[in-house]
Design a protein around this ligand. Structure first.
Ligand SMILES: NC(=O)c1ccc[n+]([C@@H]2O[C@H](COP(=O)([O-])OP(=O)(O)OC[C@H]3O[C@@H](n4cnc5c(N)ncnc54)[C@H](O)[C@@H]3O)[C@@H](O)[C@H]2O)c1
Length: 256
């Protein structure tokens, strides 16, 4: 028996990093997983890995900033796998590293379109399916930077703060219908997003890993599976009494 037997999950940004790890771990626990992303080749590789391990998955191209695409993909996934039970709104970008007084409105809006509008659309269009399924679980990827801040990527911090409270509002709105909504708050996890951020700040991968590791009380950055494990818990019925909560998985970063 898998911990997610009978679940039908959509994961956004599932091609690499945390999203890919979540897809693989959820499928291993018995969920049927819709891997969605804008990196089609990478996404299809995740599906192939799941199928090779005996799991059930499919790939859909989905840009989370497009309402039309979110609606169409949800419909198609439900037709393919049955009523949706689980949404992992994981797609996100770090965005510009400029200070606030130099950020263009376009750069600001780009982060908001993916990190905030994307999460909004993923919940908006999920509700009717989760109602049909008699309940479900929405898991939104916020960050330690939805709780505390840092003087580096201003729109990102704003976006992750928004996701934290959007999660609580939706948890309250839909609690009576058995739809749970929780946010996950990773510390630094070594993924393409973090590696690219290091590059844009002028670090090599090794330098950035070391520099970031030192910021966490445990002495290192995390791995995608550290976050996937939390996502599996929130997706499973083990967390049936958990809604509106913030699951912090950060090597002690925010404990100071
Ligand atoms: N890695 C970290 O340290 C860390 C820490 C805290 C929070 N997070 C959050 O976790 C989530 C995943 O982060 P990650 O590090 O795995 O990132 P990543 O960049 O490694 O992967 C993100 C995925 O999202 C996809 N994506 C980007 N724009 C998209 C769009 N418009 N529509 C659909 N997919 C899109 C990318 O193609 C990529 O496959 C993000 O929301 C991120 O903000 C990451």
């Amino acid at each position: 028996m898998g911990r997610l037997d009978g679940k039908v999950a959509i994961v956004t940004g599932g091609a690499v990093g945390i999203g890919a790890a979540a897809c693989i771990m959820m499928a291993k626990e018995g969920a049927k997983v819709a891997v969605t992303d804008i990196q089609d080749d990478e996404g299809r590789k995740v599906v192939a890995a799941i199928e090779k391990a005996g799991g059930a998955a499919g790939y859909w191209h989905l840009d989370v900033s497009s309402e039309q695409e979110v609606e169409a993909v949800y419909q198609d996934v439900a037709r393919t796998f049955g009523s949706l039970t689980t949404i992992v709104a994981n797609a996100g970008i770090a965005g510009t590293t400029d200070p606030t007084d130099s950020i263009s409105v376009d750069d600001w809006e780009k982060v908001m379109a993916i990190n905030v509008r994307g999460v909004f659309l993923c919940t908006k269009h999920a509700i009717k399916y989760l109602r049909d399924a008699g309940g479900g679980s929405i898991i939104n990827l916020s960050s330690i930077y939805g709780i505390i801040s840092a003087p580096d990527i201003p729109p990102y911090h704003a976006s992750k703060g928004a996701v934290r409270l959007m999660t609580k509002t939706d948890a309250l709105l839909y609690a009576e219908e058995g739809i749970r909504v929780n946010s996950v708050h990773p510390g630094y996890i070594w993924t393409p997003l973090v590696e690219d951020l290091g590059k844009s700040l002028g670090f090599t991968a090794e330098e950035f890993k070391k520099e970031l590791g030192a910021r966490h009380p445990v002495g290192s950055v995390g791995e995608p599976d550290d976050i996937a494990a939390g996502i599996v818990y929130l997706a499973s019925d083990e967390s049936k009494f958990v809604t509106g909560s913030e699951l912090v998985i950060d090597g002690g970063y925010t404990a100071r």
